[in-house]
Design a protein around this ligand. Structure first.
Ligand code: PHE
Length: 445
């Protein structure tokens, strides 16, 4: 077998995997999902899911990917042909996420230019101008295509040269900017109500659909349940410590989500913006915070949207990479052909998703396309993908095989193996099944 391309360095891998995890899911989706689901209790449940299910599933994905030395579909297929569908489901999820992700990525790019163009001059109309923008049938499409083109360029260049470089430079920048925004927000009068909303659980707000939303958010945010981390793991050197890598990536992703929440909620409460603002939250709250700071605010706002764009890019390249490596490994496409054909299809889906938000779109496609992509992917496909992966690892792979892979043939200590293994084999699949069924039933009431 041909030796696989490897990550240039350990830092390169962590940056790329964390780059995949940290994205619109943390900065755009987490705050508005927390807002829509009542705040503190949702956040607490999300954190519990991340620590227990997210960590275990990510470790399993890395282990399966590195063990099999293949991307999502091949990793399952090479063990047992009957499991091929699990990998295919993952590729499909990646493809569907790319049916709306570039739309929001495009909004982020657009906002870099809108801030330049004087968006902050009139804080009172920031909210209305966001709604006018996303419901415009033309403009968001141009930005979406631009966003997707950036992906194409990075992914055509291949693993270590493209994705790794982008991640290494741009991730730390994002972290710093979020801290600045959070400090600014916390200093506003009335900010503490936002912290309370975010961190003080009110369990009367919990029902099945809130729990499912928290589970879906954990999967989406950590890039799990669709083979992305399997693919990245397959490029990881046999010497690396999987447990340590999993812990670092999980911790980074979760701290960015919490930081984004702290950057958003205190300021919202201070300004009297409703926590249920929805998908426009980041695009309204952040410019409003910076509007009153004059020229400095303008600089910060631009930096913020640059960072958001970059975070979105390092995630979307990983989504595209899953689809592309499937076409290369399984369908024998050249990298170029794989990238161009898949991104052409994605553009079509994105056009439908974007137009569904306004203008003529609702008449042509119905209003739900954007929400449907979103619901199908994180709440259903990813959770089921994660459940199937755990069943596969627990019931189809040998226990010794997993142990050897995770501990690098016994050289790395993993004292929690005795807990992790039954979690993956029984507890996680069972929990996901219950949460999914319960959430779907309650969500459709
Ligand atoms: N985790 C990414 C984000 O938070 C989205 C993503 C999901 C990327 C699944 C890859 C796979 O934005």
């Amino acid at each position: 077998m041909q030796k696989r391309e490897n990550w240039g360095s350990k830092l390169g891998f962590i940056m790329a995997a964390a780059g995949s995890a940290v994205g619109l899911g943390n900065i755009w989706k987490f705050p508005f999902t927390a807002g829509n689901n009542g705040g503190g209790a949702f956040v607490l449940i999300y954190l519990v899911f991340v620590a227990i299910i997210g960590f275990s599933v990510m470790l399993t994905e890395f282990a399966v990917g590195r063990r099999r030395q293949q991307s999502a579909v091949g990793a399952f297929k090479s063990v047992d042909k009957r499991w091929t569908f699990t990998g295919v489901l993952g590729v499909l999820s990646g493809f569907l996420i790319m049916g709306f992700y570039p739309v929001v990525g495009g909004w982020a790019i657009a906002y870099i230019f809108k801030v330049f163009g004087g968006l902050l001059n009139n804080p009172a109309v920031i909210g209305d101008s966001f709604n006018a923008f996303i419901t415009n049938p033309g403009e968001p499409l141009i930005w979406m295509v631009l966003f997707l083109l950036l992906n194409v360029v990075i992914v055509v260049k291949g693993i270590s040269s493209g994705i790794e470089k982008a991640g290494k430079v741009l991730m730390p920048l994002l972290f710093v900017i979020l801290i600045v925004i959070a400090i600014k927000g916390l200093m506003l009068p009335g900010a503490m109500a936002g912290m309370e909303f975010l961190f003080k659980p009110d369990f009367s707000k919990v029902n099945g659909s809130v729990v499912l939303a928290a589970l879906g958010q954990a999967f989406f945010s950590l890039s799990l349940g669709m083979g992305c981390m399997i693919t990245y793991g397959s490029y990881l050197s046999k010497k690396e410590n999987l447990i340590e890598n999993t812990a670092i990536v999980t911790a980074m992703d979760t701290s960015v989500a919490l930081l984004a929440g702290i950057a958003m909620f205190p300021a919202m409460f201070a300004y009297g913006i409703a926590p249920t603002e929805g998908p426009g939250l980041v695009f309204v709250v952040v410019p409003t915070i910076f509007a009153e700071m004059g020229a400095m605010g303008q600089v910060f706002a631009i930096l913020f949207f640059v960072a958001l764009t970059v975070a979105a890019l390092t995630s979307s390249v990983s989504l595209l990479e899953v689809v592309v490596s499937f076409l290369i490994d399984e369908k024998k496409f050249s990298r170029k052909k794989a990238v161009f054909s898949s991104s052409t299809m994605m553009v079509l889906f994105c056009i439908v998703a974007s137009l569904s938000l306004g203008g003529l779109g609702p008449k042509l496609f119905g209003t739900g396309a954007f929400d449907v992509f979103d619901l199908l992917t994180d709440k259903i496909f990813l959770a089921i993908g994660g459940m199937l992966l755990c069943i596969f690892a627990g019931w189809r792979l040998k226990k010794e095989e997993l142990y050897d892979e995770i501990t690098n043939n016994g050289t790395v200590k993993f004292s929690l193996f005795g807990i992790w293994y039954p979690m993956v084999k029984y507890v996680i699949p069972g929990t996901i099944a219950i949460v999914a069924v319960n959430g779907i039933i309650q969500g459709f009431e």
